[in-house]
Design a protein. Structure first.
Length: 140
Protein backbone atom coordinates (compact mmCIF):
# COMPACT_ATOMS: atom_id res chain seq x y z
CA UNK A 1 0.00 0.00 0.00
CA UNK A 2 2.90 2.34 0.74
CA UNK A 3 4.15 1.93 -2.86
CA UNK A 4 0.81 3.22 -4.17
CA UNK A 5 0.99 6.23 -1.84
CA UNK A 6 4.53 6.98 -3.00
CA UNK A 7 3.46 6.68 -6.64
CA UNK A 8 0.47 8.96 -6.01
CA UNK A 9 2.71 11.53 -4.29
CA UNK A 10 5.20 11.36 -7.16
CA UNK A 11 2.42 11.95 -9.69
CA UNK A 12 1.10 14.82 -7.59
CA UNK A 13 4.54 16.46 -7.38
CA UNK A 14 5.21 15.99 -11.10
CA UNK A 15 1.83 17.52 -11.90
CA UNK A 16 2.51 20.43 -9.57
CA UNK A 17 5.98 20.89 -11.11
CA UNK A 18 4.41 20.99 -14.59
CA UNK A 19 1.85 23.52 -13.40
CA UNK A 20 4.52 25.74 -11.80
CA UNK A 21 6.75 25.53 -14.89
CA UNK A 22 3.81 26.37 -17.17
CA UNK A 23 2.94 29.38 -15.01
CA UNK A 24 6.54 30.60 -15.02
CA UNK A 25 6.85 30.02 -18.77
CA UNK A 26 3.68 31.98 -19.54
CA UNK A 27 4.61 34.87 -17.24
CA UNK A 28 8.13 35.04 -18.71
CA UNK A 29 7.24 34.38 -22.35
CA UNK A 30 7.90 37.96 -23.47
CA UNK A 31 11.35 37.88 -21.82
CA UNK A 32 12.63 34.65 -23.35
CA UNK A 33 14.18 36.21 -26.46
CA UNK A 34 15.92 39.13 -24.78
CA UNK A 35 19.71 39.23 -25.07
CA UNK A 36 21.75 38.12 -22.09
CA UNK A 37 22.10 40.48 -19.12
CA UNK A 38 25.55 41.78 -18.28
CA UNK A 39 26.06 39.28 -15.46
CA UNK A 40 25.07 36.35 -17.67
CA UNK A 41 27.15 37.44 -20.65
CA UNK A 42 30.16 38.24 -18.51
CA UNK A 43 30.78 34.83 -16.96
CA UNK A 44 28.08 32.16 -17.03
CA UNK A 45 27.38 32.05 -20.76
CA UNK A 46 31.05 32.01 -21.89
CA UNK A 47 31.92 29.45 -19.20
CA UNK A 48 29.00 27.19 -20.16
CA UNK A 49 29.89 27.55 -23.85
CA UNK A 50 33.48 26.52 -23.09
CA UNK A 51 32.11 23.48 -21.31
CA UNK A 52 29.87 22.70 -24.28
CA UNK A 53 32.65 23.03 -26.86
CA UNK A 54 35.67 21.65 -25.00
CA UNK A 55 34.27 19.68 -22.08
CA UNK A 56 36.55 21.58 -19.72
CA UNK A 57 35.13 22.59 -16.34
CA UNK A 58 37.64 25.46 -16.24
CA UNK A 59 36.62 28.24 -18.66
CA UNK A 60 39.15 29.47 -21.21
CA UNK A 61 37.36 32.40 -22.87
CA UNK A 62 36.54 34.18 -19.62
CA UNK A 63 38.23 34.60 -16.27
CA UNK A 64 37.89 31.63 -13.98
CA UNK A 65 36.31 32.22 -10.59
CA UNK A 66 35.01 30.20 -7.67
CA UNK A 67 31.56 29.40 -9.06
CA UNK A 68 30.75 25.68 -8.94
CA UNK A 69 30.10 24.34 -12.46
CA UNK A 70 26.57 22.99 -11.91
CA UNK A 71 24.81 25.91 -13.63
CA UNK A 72 27.24 25.71 -16.54
CA UNK A 73 26.75 21.93 -16.80
CA UNK A 74 22.97 22.38 -16.83
CA UNK A 75 23.12 24.99 -19.59
CA UNK A 76 25.64 23.03 -21.68
CA UNK A 77 23.40 19.96 -21.42
CA UNK A 78 20.39 21.84 -22.78
CA UNK A 79 22.40 23.59 -25.49
CA UNK A 80 23.78 20.25 -26.66
CA UNK A 81 20.31 18.76 -27.12
CA UNK A 82 18.50 21.90 -28.24
CA UNK A 83 20.23 25.06 -29.45
CA UNK A 84 22.69 27.67 -28.27
CA UNK A 85 20.15 30.50 -27.93
CA UNK A 86 19.00 32.84 -25.16
CA UNK A 87 15.56 31.22 -25.34
CA UNK A 88 16.96 27.77 -24.56
CA UNK A 89 19.05 29.24 -21.75
CA UNK A 90 16.08 30.97 -20.16
CA UNK A 91 13.84 27.90 -20.50
CA UNK A 92 16.49 25.76 -18.78
CA UNK A 93 16.71 28.24 -15.92
CA UNK A 94 12.90 28.37 -15.65
CA UNK A 95 13.02 24.61 -15.07
CA UNK A 96 15.40 25.21 -12.16
CA UNK A 97 13.17 27.99 -10.80
CA UNK A 98 10.10 25.73 -10.98
CA UNK A 99 11.98 23.01 -9.11
CA UNK A 100 13.05 25.52 -6.44
CA UNK A 101 9.48 26.78 -6.01
CA UNK A 102 8.20 23.20 -5.72
CA UNK A 103 10.81 22.56 -3.02
CA UNK A 104 9.79 25.75 -1.23
CA UNK A 105 6.14 24.68 -1.27
CA UNK A 106 6.97 21.18 0.01
CA UNK A 107 9.14 22.56 2.80
CA UNK A 108 6.48 25.07 3.88
CA UNK A 109 3.79 22.39 3.74
CA UNK A 110 5.84 20.14 6.03
CA UNK A 111 6.27 22.79 8.73
CA UNK A 112 2.96 24.69 8.44
CA UNK A 113 -0.64 24.29 7.27
CA UNK A 114 -1.47 24.20 3.55
CA UNK A 115 -2.67 27.84 3.52
CA UNK A 116 0.70 29.02 4.86
CA UNK A 117 2.47 26.87 2.27
CA UNK A 118 0.49 28.48 -0.55
CA UNK A 119 1.20 31.97 0.80
CA UNK A 120 4.91 31.17 1.14
CA UNK A 121 4.96 29.78 -2.38
CA UNK A 122 3.28 32.91 -3.74
CA UNK A 123 5.48 35.42 -1.88
CA UNK A 124 8.60 35.29 -4.14
CA UNK A 125 6.47 36.23 -7.15
CA UNK A 126 5.32 39.43 -5.46
CA UNK A 127 8.72 40.72 -4.27
CA UNK A 128 10.13 43.30 -6.71
CA UNK A 129 13.74 42.59 -5.69
CA UNK A 130 13.48 39.09 -7.17
CA UNK A 131 13.34 40.72 -10.61
CA UNK A 132 16.68 40.91 -12.46
CA UNK A 133 16.06 44.56 -13.30
CA UNK A 134 15.72 45.39 -9.59
CA UNK A 135 19.37 44.36 -9.12
CA UNK A 136 20.65 46.78 -11.75
CA UNK A 137 22.32 49.88 -10.36
CA UNK A 138 20.19 52.98 -10.50
CA UNK A 139 21.83 55.77 -12.45
CA UNK A 140 21.38 59.25 -11.03
Amino acid sequence: MKELTTFANTRRYLSLYALIFTFLFITHAFLLRLPYFWDEAGYFIPAARDLLLTGSLIPHTTLSNAHPPLVMLWLAFWWKFSAFTPTTTREAMLMVAAFALLGLWRLARNVAPESVAVATFSAPRSIPSSSPRARWPIST
